[in-house]
Design a protein around this ligand. Structure first.
Ligand SMILES: *Cc1c(COP(=O)(O)O)cnc(C)c1O
Length: 498
């Protein structure tokens, strides 16, 4: 986060005149090292240099917020040049707290400077960019899935669900490719995720699918984030808390059988709609929606799906809603498998957009494409003799001389410890088993022959005809692909590929 900014401008000729009157001024402004640079320069370049340092030190003191002489003095600051010739601050009194970004420019008789101080405490975790282990995000697969689902569900609007770091895929990367795929809005779970999206520059509608505490209504309105109204009480509290000029965007949540959040009662729903219509100057009544509990199941779950549909009709059909209010019901499963969903205004899609099967293989396959691959390079390769044990607990012992590859991915990356024994894919499409325990940051594979260090291993994804999907891993772990995906750690760099 930015701590402070400072800008300053000086007239070069005025600085020169000052020095001609008071020659000692040069040493007041410049440190000994800077003075040496000053002495080397001749004529106009000398005055440009001095005016530049003078102005920059003024700008720094403004970024700190005090002005020169109290929190920062002239000699606390020293500049030098990078190998490319750009000026840098090599010494400043707050270098443990703030990173300083500086800029100096000369035009005619003036010099302009700017200093931006970035708070290092806000860089909460190391950025991952140099690891030989990464996630690839396929922009074309995501674009295909968006267009395919929108068409299949006859949906007018496609809302991309990007809660939980975009299902572990990486929020900035997924938002970037989803915008390119022309989605119509985003949905997240929490207020902070929504605020992050606004800071990232998203101007499309953003729904907060979870309950946002009513006393945070001002933040919702200020950032134009659409709140789900889970009850009449919530709405009244939010209206009472609202003091900002912007209208609070809302979507009524109707609980037809999911049993999580939303209004279940006819009278309460009617009163909520009336309250919204009486408060048109304070709220923007955008939508009304529900969520299915069983749309991805098989067999008897169809009955529950229909029960939820029937409750929706009973509760919502009698309401006299403004024509602009959007009705939305479908998540991935209902959009992909149920054509009797009546609300074609908008679908809210996560799993299907990421291209994993929300039914975990229970329902017939749909033509979506996986967006995510997990890859890593072999960082170490060796042959061990028969009878050698590999990894913690010595749970695996070779029975013959074996080539072993070390892959820099572990359970801290979200590749679960229980995946010992699962396969990975080699570049020629062969499968290689994970041997021994998966450790925090590394795992080991048995190679059919020697492979060079740097060989790319695919842990999730497709190589030739072979494929390992999130669903395959979820099956091994007795869970659902959502849990495997959301467990993928921010420590893995994300790369957008075509
Ligand atoms: C998470 C969520 C979705 C998206 O579900 P998918 O199965 O990933 O498509 C849609 N609606 C609500 C209310 C959700 O919480």
């Amino acid at each position: 986060m930015i701590f402070g900014t400072g800008i300053d401008a000086q007239e070069i000729s005025a600085v020169q005149k000052l020095v001609e009157r008071r020659p000692r001024f040069v040493d007041v402004i410049l440190t000994a090292n800077e003075r040496a640079v000053f002495d080397e320069r001749k004529g106009k370049h000398q005055w440009e240099y001095l005016a530049g340092r003078f102005s920059l030190k003024e700008a720094y003191s403004k970024a700190i917020g005090t002005g020169i002489g109290s929190a920062v003095h002239w000699h606390d600051l020293e500049t030098d040049y990078t190998a490319q010739g750009a000026p840098v601050l090599v010494k400043h009194p707050y270098d443990k707290q703030y990173q300083a970004h500086i800029s100096i420019s000369h035009t005619g008789d003036s010099v302009h400077t700017s200093v931006i101080l970035e708070d290092m405490a806000s860089l909460t975790q190391p950025v991952s960019s140099h690891r030989p282990a990464w996630l690839e995000i396929s922009a074309s697969a995501l674009a295909h899935n968006v267009a395919y689902i929108k068409e299949l569900a006859h949906a007018e609007r496609f809302m991309a669900v990007v809660k939980a770091n975009a299902y572990g895929h990486g929020l900035p990367e997924i938002v970037t490719v989803a915008l390119a795929a022309q989605v119509d809005g985003f949905a997240v779970a929490t207020l902070d995720e929504g605020v992050w999206l606004r800071h990232f520059g998203v101007t499309l509608p953003i729904y907060i699918l979870g309950v946002t505490p009513a006393n945070q209504a001002n933040i919702l309105a200020d950032q134009q984030l659409t709140a789900i109204v889970p009850s009449l009480n919530w709405l009244n509290e939010a209206l009472a808390a609202l003091t900002v000029a912007q209208k609070l965007p809302v979507s009524i949540g109707v609980d037809t059988g999911m049993g999580r959040i939303g209004i279940r009662d006819e009278a309460e729903l009617l009163a909520t709609v009336q309250t919204l219509q009486a408060a048109v100057d304070k709220v923007d009544f955008q939508a009304i929606g529900m969520h299915f509990a069983t749309a991805d199941g098989a067999g008897s779950d169809q009955a529950y799906f229909e029960k939820q549909m029937a409750r929706w009709h009973a509760l919502v059909d009698p309401l006299d809603l403004p024509a602009t209010v959007i009705k939305h019901q479908a998540n991935s499963a209902s959009a992909l498998w149920h054509d009797q969903v009546i609300a074609h205004d908008m679908v809210r899609v996560g799993a299907g957009m990421y291209g994993f099967d929300a039914s975990s293989g229970v329902l017939e396959a749909r033509a979506t494409q996986p967006v995510l691959s997990l890859k890593a390079e072999l960082v170490h390769v060796k042959q061990v003799a028969a009878g050698e044990s590999i990894s913690y607990g010595a749970t695996y012992t070779t029975t013959e001389p074996t080539w072993i590859g070390t892959v820099p991915v572990g359970y801290a990356d979200g590749y679960a410890r229980l995946l010992q024994g699962a396969d990975v894919l080699l570049p020629d499409g062969q499968r290689a088993p994970i041997i021994g325990r998966v450790t925090m940051d590394q795992l080991l594979i048995a190679l059919p022959t020697e492979y060079p260090v740097g060989t790319v291993i695919t842990l999730i994804g497709q190589v030739g005809q072979e494929e390992i999907t999130l669903v395959d891993l979820a099956d091994r772990l007795a869970t659902i692909p959502y849990e495997v995906a959301t467990g993928l750690s921010p420590r893995l760099p994300r790369r957008i590929v075509n």
